[in-house]
Each structure stands twice: as structure tokens, then as C-alpha cells.
Design a protein around this ligand. Sequence first.
Ligand code: PGA
Ligand code: ZN
Length: 482
Amino acid sequence: MTIKQIIPYQILDSRGEPTLMVQMSSENGKTAKFAVPAGASLGKTEAVEKRDGEGPYGGLGVLHCIEAINTVITPKFIGYPLDQLEDFDELLIALDGSERKENLGANTLLALSGAYLKLSALEKNQPLWQYISEHNNTSPEFPQLFATIVGGGKHAPGLDIQEYMIVPQNTNPDIATQTIYDVYHTIRTVMENLYGPSATLVGDEGGLAPIGTSTEVILEALSQLNGKVQSKFDIALDAAANSFYKDGLYTIETQSLHASDLFKLYQGWDSKFNLYSIEDPFAEDDLEGTEIIKNMAGKPKPFLVVADDYTTTNKSRIEEMQKDTLFDGIVIKPNQVGTFTETFAAIAAARASKAKVIISHRSGETTDSLLADLAYGVGAMGLKLGAPIRGERVAKYNRLLEIAADLDSNQRQSPVGSRVISPSATAKTGSAPAGTSTPQLPPSTPPVAYKPPVSPIVQPQPVAPAAPTTAAQPTSSLVPPS
Ligand code: PGA
Ligand code: ZN
């Protein structure tokens, strides 16, 4: 089966900025689309995203990408066979011909690579995750969800740390999603009670964006909920420290700190709130920060150190940095590198270095749900997917729920003893062997009486009584009696 048609479009992403979508059709009329996300806190070595630089949308349009697809790329690929991703991507990379894809643009290449990947799966009548898993020879497993509850940094105005996430320990998508829902809606009410109605506004990834708060308040509020929701969870941060670093100093919550003092601040938060991981704890070009990470390598660490801006989904960078096993986890974002073949290579390199693989969305997203299939298909340890609100974020949650439901229904329809198509949604530790397990149903949970967190540094401020909410039932007990 071969490619019959390629149609590029300019659409809007979740920040309302233009982005590129490619629709690709095969000879027998099957069609797949993929739309490219965009970051706000970029690593310096990311592949180059091409924008018009002039004209409509303040120069952020992608009309030049569309023109390049129509004139340079499409003529080469009409009649090109499907199911040959590596050759397809190699040809794209050769057509671009530059180190960081600055000629055609990493966004141009990724839109084509993603549409081709999806169309190839469709042609084989396989769910995308299964195609990805067979292509990479990986065992599908549900990832732990890294869910943004509160946002800051380049995504929201109130805090310097970019993401305050919870990571449910249970990987069953139903249980993890319910856990994230309960924590999110509870923290929403807590923030509203502490800082007023504007604290329920959200940042780019759907994380709450309270103004006038502090990391200690957020971490305390989150940690008070542990053990009171369906799954136990860990707390993870993405410091994205590039965004508050300048001239050797980190400006964070009114302090100006050298890397060593910032590390002490992290250690203090960890000793109080038991952090699971910190992503990009220092700026990528801060040598003092890199030295601290180097000194920790191979020794027991207070929290996992995760690389995003340091490694930018680049196989060579991952291999170079992981010679010394600098990082315990590596974030994978397809648009940092520009093709899915290179994304798979980065995943393999991270895995070979024993680092945990964490697939990630971008702050400017689309409603495409490919990331959920990618994370499940390659059996990634984690998936960063934002808050459980906003269409572009819930598309990823919903796709995981859909995959789990499909597996569950296949399991129920399989004759006893027959092979089911994948491992079930059990927790990562001690999963049953592929093809033999039964999806875990969420246990019924008694209603939980939440207690509003009492911060040692910020006491609840009196605010106007909140309007009655129709949202989450569990949040009602958080509103203190007047
Ligand atoms: P970005 O941020 O998508 O805005 O770059 C995400 C991250 O740093 O993980
Ligand atoms: Zn990051």
C-alpha cells in the first residue's frame, strides 16, 4: 500500500498559536492526521521549529512549511510505500539536510512522520500502540501518569517552579485518572479558599495558577491528600530552571541563589514532602548545577533527577550524558527532535542507560492523542500529560482510558485460555506475564473527608464565600464552615 495524497493545514494549538497538521491518505482511501505541539520553555538544543517570521498571526504562521511540503516534499512521497518508517524519516532528514532541521523545520518533518506512522498502523488494522510496540519490539505497559496540578514558570504567572505534579503509583488508567481528578479538584477548592476565586484560573497545561502562594503551600496541600484518594501518589516537580536562571543566579520566590543553595532548597522541600523527582533542577548551561548533578551520580539521591532541556530527545546527547549516568529519568518529546524514528532511538538510548523513560506533551498542545499510544506502546515508565482538564490534555487521558477499556473488553470476549492482545493495566511492579493477566477493576472507595491544609507560612485568608459548585463531590468538605 502506498501514499496517495498529502495535505498540510495551518491550525491553532491550545495557546491559540498557529501550528501544522498533515493529513495523509493511502491508495485505498484510509486517512490519518497528525498535528504538531509547541513548547514554551525550550531546551537550547531542541530541533528548530520553523515559523514564517512575518505576515499573519504576528509572523508565527507555518505557511512556509506548507509551501515546502507542497513543492519539495509531497512530490517525493506520492506512491511511497507505507510501513517503512525508518526509510521515510531518513528521506525527510536528508531532504532537510541540516543538523537541527532548520531548513524544512522540525515541525514540518514531525507532522509528516506522525501522519505516516498513524497511516501505517491503520493500514495494518492495528491500534497505534500495537503498531508502535511491534515496530520497536517493546512490551506495552501503562505508564505512571505525571499530572500537573499547579503550574508556574513560563506556563502560569504565580510561581517560579513550572510544574507541581502528582504521580499516582497505580498505573491502571481508571484509578490513576480518578486519583488525579480528586486531587486536582480538591486543590482547586483549597486554592480558592486561600487566595480567592482567581486562584481557580489555570495555566497552559491546565495546572492551577494561584498568585501570591509559595512552593511550601502547594507541596503541603498536595502531601496532605496522600492516602486519602484512590491511589497513593508521589509528588514530582519540573523546575524548568532555565526560566529563572540568569547570570549565575536563580531567582526563586524572592531569593537569589547559587546552584548549591538552590539544591539546599530542594533538599529542604524533599525532607518535608518527600519528592519523587525533580526535572531540570538547574539551568542546562549552569556549570555549577551540572557539577552538583555529576557529584550525585552513582550515589543514593534524595530524589530522582530527570532531564528534559539537558537531553532534548536527542540520542547522541542522551548517550553522552548517560556515560556518567547523570540522570535517573529522561523526558521524551517528539517535537524536540523532529521524527518518530529519532524519538524511538532516543527512547532506546534512555532505556539502555537504565534511565526511566517519561514521554511528555508540550505546553502548546493539540487534541491529538498519539502520545498515549506511544507511552503505552513502548512501555514507558511515565507520561507527562498535564491537568485533567482542557480538551488537548484530556484527549491523552481519554485515549488511555479507551485503550484500557478496549483491552478489558477483548479480555472478556476471549475464550478461556486464549491469548489476549496485551498485558493488562496492572501496577508496574509485579505485572503478570503478557497475555495472561486480568485487567484490574478500580476498587470502590468510601467517600473521603478531606482536611484543608494548614500552611506554616500562609494562613487561609478570608475570602468571599464561593458559589456553590456542581463539580467534584469530594471537595465539598474542604469549604470550612462559616
Ligand atoms: P514546554 O514545557 O512544553 O513549555 O517546553 C514542558 C516542560 O518543560 O516539560
Ligand atoms: Zn520540562
